[in-house]
Design a protein around this ligand. Structure first.
Ligand code: M6R
Length: 619
């Protein structure tokens, strides 16, 4: 978590850092800070020595901007940080940059130093004093300890050899006022190459406005940036060659375009995104072709098992994937929370395909799971939204979801884009393995092509859904129930509500209700039931009757034309009918809107819910 940025160049660094931090705020927003190398003028007008000025504030980047309002820093060297607290509560004191005791060195850090307590004890014995409760503060002090020899690059290398954990670091030193240092291990860091200026950042969004020429720094490589050049070294001080990539994408896409917030805009973008995905992967002859799949047909035909790894919303997309892929291809699919897969000694056979799903492509748990799979000789592809992200670079193949930048912390459009991609992959694989006929393939693609229009119909019912949200926002807890391919929809609906409105919400497979959750039901419990037309409709209807009998307050998601449900319930959101297998692309839309409106009516910040960050880049 956390976002870091650094600038060295001819322009004033402060506005560039602040602007970059705003772009990175989705990675954490409990505090922000900036470190600037600056030569203050003494009273008599004589120039003094360079110093590092550190300014930090609890809360959003806007608070930090306020602090800098009337301050004048003309220099072109600074680092910035926006924080998601891991060690030490959100406060100005724990905000980054952190400095060494002498104040000569300042560091911004994204990641976790696992052995910081041990290092801190050692440093304390040597007389170093600590001001914060963070793990990060050991880093500038460790560098400072080795800097006694005068070469900062060497000192950084020595410090790195002592650190255990994940880190992306931006480092400045008052005695090296022309240089910005950067190093990473497992946490993302990108170097941007400009003209007369160079940048570091946690991701491209922070620097895209300035340059599209980037270098992805390798693990344990040290970059030394000056305004006119960038040099990269390994820990043995050998220069490393640089591969320059050109970024595609346009920062102007990440605007609200008249919507009140990013989340609503992203919910409404879904139909267009799904159409875009279809046009990307379904060719004019009606066949599905993936550009960067990276696996040959022989391997694909021989797959005996698929393991999907992901976190959060992407995990829920993976659960839908299990139903879809198994149903169409008859290949057994296991879905694992990435952080569990990583540590459970997974069994990976030669004919196993691992699919990692991630919006950001930077989720630490998902990346670790992929690394673990590769260590066990697993063949890995990913379904990912962010072009050039770590996951796409570490996987053998990629299917991009083309959802565009997702800014709102709660994932919406990335989820349905992941689902659409999974449907297409399942159809592709099923047809390759001869598990579905040409007719069935065509029918599947044609169903998917109808989804966008159907989603638009649901979105047009926003006012009705807002009214339902208003009638239910006082409920202290929600239960979400679904069956089959809509069990993951129930999980995802509950996740959306809890992360946005902080109301406890649980998702369950409706068949499980009798095995425990039914104890929760009374007149104070809101229960969201997904009862679309499907082979388990009557089972779901029985569940609904059981809830009514216990006075639970039901909101149902049902298909248009379902008269039966109206005999039982008042609060029904009707959605268009589609083949049950494809219904998760529709059933989730009203649940996204419901969660959105509950949070809005409670006056919460939907784009940046408390305690969360968009990219979870620590394990
Ligand atoms: O970037 P990723 O898709 O890997 O992120 C995974 C989860 O952190 C993410 O889906 C999270 O659960 C969202 N806040 C859900 O809205």
């Amino acid at each position: 978590m956390c976002g870091i940025i650094g600038y060295v160049g001819e322009k004033k660094a402060v506005p560039i850092i602040l602007e970059g931090l705003k772009q990175l705020e989705y990675r954490g927003y409990d505090s922000a800070g900036i470190g600037i190398v600056h030569k203050p003028r003494s009273k008599k007008g004589a120039e003094d020595k360079n110093k590092i000025f550190v300014l930090k504030r609890k809360g959003r980047v806007a608070n930090l901007s306020g602090l800098l309002k009337n301050k004048h820093f003309p220099n072109g060297l600074a680092i910035g940080h926006t924080r998601w607290a891991t060690h030490g509560e959100p406060s100005s004191g724990n905000a980054h940059p952190h400095q060494d005791c002498s104040g000569r060195i300042a560091v911004v850090h994204n990641g976790i130093i696992e052995n910081y307590q041990e290092l801190k004890k050692e440093l304390e014995k040597e007389g170093y004093q600590f001001k914060s409760r963070t793990d990060s503060e050991v880093i500038p002090n460790l560098i400072s300890k080795f800097y006694k020899e005068g070469d900062l690059k060497k000192a950084v290398a020595k410090a790195i050899k002592k650190l255990k954990g994940a880190y992306a670091l931006g480092i400045i030193c008052s005695e090296q006022p022309e240089k910005l240092f950067a190093v990473r291990n497992d946490s993302p860091l990108i170097i941007g190459l400009g003209k007369g200026e160079n940048f570091i950042a946690s991701d491209a969004s922070a620097i895209l406005k300035h340059t599209k020429r980037v270098i992805y720094l390798g693990d344990k490589q040290i970059a030394v940036l000056e305004k006119g050049n960038v040099n990269i070294f390994d820990l043995e001080d050998k220069q490393v060659s640089q591969k320059i990539d050109i970024l595609s994408g346009d920062i102007s896409k990440a605007q609200k375009r008249g919507f009140k917030d990013f989340m609503l805009k992203e919910i409404y973008e879904q139909p267009a995104i799904l159409s875009k995905i279809l046009s990307q992967w379904v060719s004019s002859d009606g066949n599905i072709r993936f550009k960067h799949l990276g696996l040959n047909d022989n391997f694909l035909k021989g797959i005996k098992q698929i393991i999907i790894v992901a976190c959060g919303t992407a995990f829920h997309a993976g659960l839908v994937g299990k139903y879809v892929i198994e149903s169409l291809t008859r290949i057994p699919v296991w879905v694992d929370v990435a952080s569990e897969f990583r540590y459970r000694k997974p069994i990976i056979k030669e004919e196993t395909l691992i699919i990692a799903i991630s919006q950001s492509g930077e989720t630490a748990d998902t990346l670790s799971a992929v690394r673990e799979a590769k260590k066990n000789k697993g063949r890995v592809i990913c379904i990912c939204n962010v072009l050039g992200s770590s996951l796409t670079r570490e996987s053998e193949g990629v299917i991009y979801t083309y959802a565009g930048p997702e800014i709102s912390v709660a994932s919406t459009k990335a989820y349905t884009a992941q689902l659409m991609t999974i449907y297409l992959f399942a159809l592709y694989l099923a047809s390759l393995k001869g598990k579905i006929s040409g007719e069935e393939f065509k029918k599947g693609v044609s169903s998917l092509q109808k989804v966008a229009a159907m989603q638009n119909k649901i979105l047009s019912q926003n006012k009705e859904i807002k009214k339902i949200a208003r009638r239910h926002l006082h409920f202290g807890a929600f239960l979400y129930l679904g069956r089959g391919v809509n069990f993951p929809t129930a999980l995802e609906g509950a996740l959306k509500l809890k992360e946005l409105s902080y109301i406890p919400a649980e998702g369950y497979a409706a068949g499980e209700m009798k095995h425990g959750p039914i104890a929760l039901i009374d007149e104070y419990r809101a229960v969201v039931c997904i009862i679309n037309s499907s082979p388990v409709y009557s089972k779901m209807l029985s569940n609904i009757q059981e809830i009514i009998a216990r006075k639970g307050k039901i909101i149902a998601i049902a298909n248009k034309g379902d008269e039966q449900i109206q005999n039982y319930l008042k609060e029904v959101i009707f959605i268009p009918k589609i083949e049950p297998l494809f219904s998760p692309l529709l059933t989730i839309i009203p649940l996204q809107l419901l969660a959105y409106y509950v949070a809005i009516l409670k006056k919460y910040d939907v784009d940046k819910p408390r305690n969360l960050a968009k990219s979870v880049t620590v394990e």
